[in-house]
Write a protein that binds this ligand. Structure first.
Ligand code: TPP
Length: 588
């Protein structure tokens, strides 16, 4: 057994379920080893697609996911996707073969490259240390919630393992762990994205002594202050971010007790779906009602949510008098984007439980409070809580459909069990605002780097993680054509996916940015492209949608058998600049 084979075998034994890549000489052996040991390998057509698919798969499955690339250009091609994952703290392991000696055309400084985009850099040092190095890189991704570029020097990859190390790998593969049993057996799979898998030493000791889980004997100062703020609030709003995944029940119980309304950051859209107190997304995509009610809150609590400029509309969604609390596992995340009155370091679920127990206990607020939950607010949320409840003037005309009308039509047709992945661009608000999703694991939003062209690959990774749902890729024509290579991947994998292209024949975001200044727009406008024809050429079914009636083609596909993916080529009206984009322009 050589080092390349050992890396693949160890990662499989640690519970990696899927790897995405483009294979060349440098990653051929390691990729085959992954597949041989039961990891599903998905060949992408471009490394950026591979990285993005892996990112989306990790987000939707909650498992550390692997990207496998060729040395040099394989890694540079993957970089935009790797950067998105790094900025999103997605636990991803990028296997990057590395030219050492002899050198070759493929040589670049891969360490500098990884570090420049915020990824953690690791390396397999030798045949003696391959098991430890692999396990440590995996744990850095898992426990640190990081994107890790694991360099695999070509000369080291070819080294034969000493017998003792090979034995260790075999033990791991057999599930016995051998010398590494300690580490490997403590890594549960699947894991929750939000939890530290190793409880802090004190918590572990307490648990052993039979203390109730997650409740410190003496509540910390922060928890006591938090309970006081909650008890004193008359209009509390909870904003859940991705860190709140898995904690809906606890947040609902606490929200009930203090009378809170619920909202989410864009990435956590759907978290409170179905609650009568759900305001949906806070930020640029917020409904007028949500914006009004969040602005009037006297306490805003971010649960695993970092209050970026997007979530707060540059701070304007939080009233000047409101107190702000942020709960996050990571002390370094507190107050980064927005000053907070109180930062609480802790897991969302445990913190919600602990503060709820304080409130219900002696000296707390024993009885549930009405808070923000008045009958009048309930009626307003029921009446005007969704974007589709907000009246608008339909701009459909001249063979083009208003993107809002298109999206509401799709929302009506799609089954409840759906998953939505969205690319970047002027169009992006329509699917984000007008498509509902059934829960917090049904919206995949790879927008931390604000790159266009990632949407289709995002949808592929998400669809593979959630085959029980109909996945919708929502793309602009610019982003669709940038990432079009992966349409072959969708067809090859036989994914029953709907790919909706909001075609305005321009880089709409740029047009709307510069048109008001009277500048020439020839560099950002294009002649018509037959996107439906391109879809058919790749082996998809396709419909062109110019009017609401054309949605009959979508309904027919949804009826089944859905044995081919569907491209919905929507010729959309382009006169409305999206006001959420102004936020982007302000953020550069
Ligand atoms: C990789 C990358 N290149 C360029 C940009 C700048 N950019 C932002 S939006 C946009 C246009 C997107 O056009 P399209 O996908 O058709 O969507 P639309 O804005 O027309 O709705 C461009 C070029 C970017 N964000 N990312």
């Amino acid at each position: 057994m050589n080092v390349a084979e050992a890396v693949g075998a160890v990662l499989a034994s640690l519970g990696v379920r899927a790897a995405f890549g483009v294979v060349g000489s440098g990653n051929f052996h390691v990729t085959n080893a992954l597949a041989e040991h039961g990891v599903r390998y998905v060949a992408a057509r471009h490394e950026c697609g591979a990285a993005t698919m892996a990112d989306a798969y990790a987000r939707m499955s909650g498992t550390v996911t692997v990207v496998s690339v060729h040395q040099g250009p394989g890694l540079t091609n993957a970089l935009t996707g790797v950067t998105e994952a790094a900025k999103s703290r997605t636990p991803l392991l990028v296997l990057a073969p590395e030219v050492t000696s002899p050198t070759s055309n493929f040589r670049i400084d891969q360490t500098a490259l990884a570090e420049a985009v915020g990824a953690h850099c690791a390396r397999i040092g030798s045949a003696e240390t391959v098991v430890d190095d692999t396990v440590m890189a995996f744990l850095a991704a898992l426990l640190g919630r990081r994107t890790v570029v694991l360099n695999l020097p070509l000369d080291v990859q070819a080294e034969e393992l000493p017998e003792e190390v090979a034995g260790s790998v075999r033990e791991l593969v057999a599930g016995r762990g051998g010398a590494h049993r300690g580490v490997a057996s403590r890594v549960p799979a699947p894991w929750g994205l939000t939890f530290p898998l190793e409880p802090p030493a004190e918590a572990a000791a307490e648990a052993e002594e039979g203390e109730p889980e997650g409740l410190a004997a003496e509540p910390s100062d922060a928890l006591t202050r938090f309970a006081r703020l909650l008890a004193g609030a008359s209009r509390p709003v909870f904003v859940a971010g991705r860190g709140a995944r898995g904690a809906r029940r606890e947040l609902e119980a606490l929200g009930e007790h203090v009378g809170a309304l619920f909202a989410t950051s864009a990435v956590a859209k759907g978290h409170f779906h179905g609650s009568p107190w759900d305001l949906d997304v806070s930020g640029g995509f917020a409904t007028p009602l949500a914006a009004e009610l969040i602005r009037e809150a006297d306490l805003v609590v971010g649960w695993g949510c970092s209050f970026t400029m997007w979530t707060t509309r540059h701070g304007t969604l939080i009233g000047p008098e409101a107190k702000v609390v942020q709960v996050d596992l990571d002390p370094d995340a507190l107050g980064v984007h927005r000053e907070v009155d109180l930062g609480v370091v802790g897991d969302v679920r445990e913190t919600a439980r602990a503060v709820g127990a304080l409130l219900a206990g002696p000296g707390g607020r024993g009885e549930p409070a009405t808070g923000y939950r008045t009958p009048e607010i309930a009626a307003r949320i029921a009446r005007e809580g969704r974007w589709r409840d907000v009246p608008y003037e339909d701009t459909s005309a001249g063979g083009r459909i208003d993107p809002r009308t298109l999206t509401i039509g799709l929302d009506d047709l799609l089954p409840e069990e759906r998953l939505v992945a969205v690319d970047s661009g002027n169009f992006m608000g329509y699917p984000s605002m007008f498509l509902t999703v059934p829960d917090g694991s049904a919206f995949c939003f790879t927008q931390a780097f604000q790159s266009i062209g990632l949407g289709l690959a995002t949808a592929i990774g998400a669809a593979l993680a959630r085959p029980d749902r109909v996945t919708v890729a929502a793309l602009g024509d610019g982003g669709a054509l940038m990432g079009i290579a992966e349409l072959e991947t969708v067809v090859r994998l036989g994914l029953p996916m709907m790919i909706v292209v909001y075609d305005d024949e321009e880089y709409g975001a740029e047009v709307h940015h510069f048109a008001p200044h009277g500048l020439p727009l020839g560099v950002v406008t294009f002649p018509p492209v037959d996107i439906a024809g391109i879809g058919r050429g790749f082996g998809c079914e396709a419909v062109t949608v110019r009017t609401e009636e054309d949605l009959a083609g979508v309904a027919a596909w949804l009826k089944g058998p859905r044995d081919k993916p569907l491209v919905v080529h929507a010729k959309v009206t382009a006169d409305t600049p999206a006001w959420w984009l102004e936020e982007a322009f302000r953020g550069h």
